[in-house]
Design a protein around this ligand. Structure first.
Ligand code: SDX
Length: 378
């Protein structure tokens, strides 16, 4: 293989053909199955969007009813999974708890029939239904409380907030949370999706596919950036300090969290919608002093780095929305995972339709044909 073909991080190299989502990074355009993200955020729901992503078409009214019904009645998790999670250290990161619990589902649903559409549907329903319950259960158990059972009367987003806070959420809060899930549901060949696809290509079970993707999403260069944004805003402390912070990062080549993207060279369209959602929440529930810092930071980053195509990405404003919903910072990335399960499953299903195991090559840069020195001579 020639060295010229090598691109670190596979930048610009197509790794699959896919009809799930489309991004125009120069125009800041994102479509799921051909439908603009702005339309879906405004008119769809997370579960309807998940159906669209996974099966390629918007569901009919009866298909959506059946899908929502099935997910509603598969939200409970086995007591053995709860007991296993109770043994996790409270100090552990909820993303690690989620990865372990997602993998554990494979122990309970071990039958594998990847060419059976009913098996695929059941796995989709189970994963979409149970992942939020596991995130909420870990949150309560690490505080020493028993997990709250899902509430069959509440829809997907409202039920998650209910399980987390042990009370029914405000209507606007539940709506905003549902839109957040829609915005995070899918994003073409990002690192965690690629990870899911590599795992899927070995024909292993879907729980292992999702567990590997969760592990990949957690890093600060990917989904983990939403937590780091809040820490950064805390560290900056007030809008007047934003300029010095940015200049220091530029001078020392430090990454400013929540900015930059491999594909977008303008502001991420999801960041624009999330900013709008944050403002809706501030109007109803009061402002957030971090928002003033965020606005000033964004203005300065655009001024200093805009010419390099560095603008706010999805992770910049999502944390401010979740903060206003009263969600602890270290749950931001697990919430990203709850949403992205839809995209991962869509790619899992697509991968299975025309599978070939991923097995790229490498450019070997080590030594060859060395002598072995026996241990006694070393
Ligand atoms: C997500 O891929 C997806 O689709 C991901 C995602 C999804 O929905 O799945 O959109 C979710 O992961 C969003 C990204 C979250 N990460 C962050 O916010 C972390 C901060 N951002 C970066 O580290 C960075 O921008 C990446 C990782 C997102 C993209 O990195 P690239 O494409 O590998 O770019 P790079 O690191 O090679 O940087 C290119 C140049 C460098 O400058 P030069 O050396 O050429 O002078 O841009 C600069 C970088 O220093 N740069 C930044 C910067 N991001 C890039 N400089 C300051 N702050 C930044 N955030």
């Amino acid at each position: 293989m020639s060295v010229e073909l090598y691109r670190p991080g596979l930048e610009g190299i197509p790794a699959a053909k896919s009809s799930i989502s489309f991004i125009d990074g120069k125009q800041g355009l994102l479509e799921y199955r051909g439908i603009r993200i702005e339309k879906l955020a405004e008119q769809s729901s997370f579960l309807e969007t998940s159906y669209l992503l996974i099966w390629g078409e918007l569901p009919s009214q009866s298909e959506l009813r059946a899908f929502e019904h099935d997910i509603r009645y598969h939200r409970r998790i086995k007591y053995r999974i709860r007991d296993m999670m109770k043994c996790f250290p409270e100090s552990g990161h909820p993303m690690d708890a989620l990865q372990a619990s997602a993998a554990a589902l494979g122990l309970f649903y071990s039958r594998r029939a990847l060419d059976d559409p009913t098996y695929i549907r059941n796995a989709v329903v189970r994963l979409l239904a149970k992942i939020p319950t596991m995130v909420a259960a870990f949150q309560l158990m690490r505080k020493g409380n028993d997990p709250v059972q899902p509430c069959d009367d509440l829809d997907y987003a409202a039920n998650f907030l209910y399980m987390l806070n042990e009370r029914e959420p405000d209507e606007l809060a539940a709506h905003v949370f549902d839109v957040c899930l829609t915005l995070h549901a899918e994003h073409s060949m990002n690192a965690s999706t690629f990870s899911a696809m590599v795992t899927a290509s070995t024909l292993t079970d879907p729980y292992a596919v999702i567990a590997s993707a969760v592990g990949t999403l957690g890093g600060p260069l990917h989904g983990g950036a939403n937590e780091e944004v809040i820490e950064m805003l805390e560290q900056i402390g007030s809008p007047e300090n934003a300029e010095a912070y940015v200049d220091d990062c530029v001078k020392n080549k430090k990454k400013i969290m929540g900015f930059g993207h491999r594909v977008y060279k303008v502001k991420d369209p999801r960041a624009t919608i999330l900013q709008d959602l944050a403002e809706k929440l501030f109007a109803k529930f009061g402002g957030d002093r971090y928002y003033e810092i965020a606005l000033e930071l964004e203005r300065i980053v655009e001024d200093r780095l805009g010419s390099k195509g560095i603008y706010a990405n999805v992770d910049f404003y999502s944390g401010l929305v979740y903060r206003k919903l009263g969600i602890p910072t270290d749950l931001f990335t697990p919430i990203f995972a709850i949403a992205r399960v839809a995209g991962w499953l869509a790619h899992w299903k697509e991968q299975l339709e025309e599978n070939r195991i991923f097995r790229p090559t490498q450019i070997y840069s080590g030594q060859r044909d060395r002598a072995y020195t026996p241990l006694s001579e070393r």
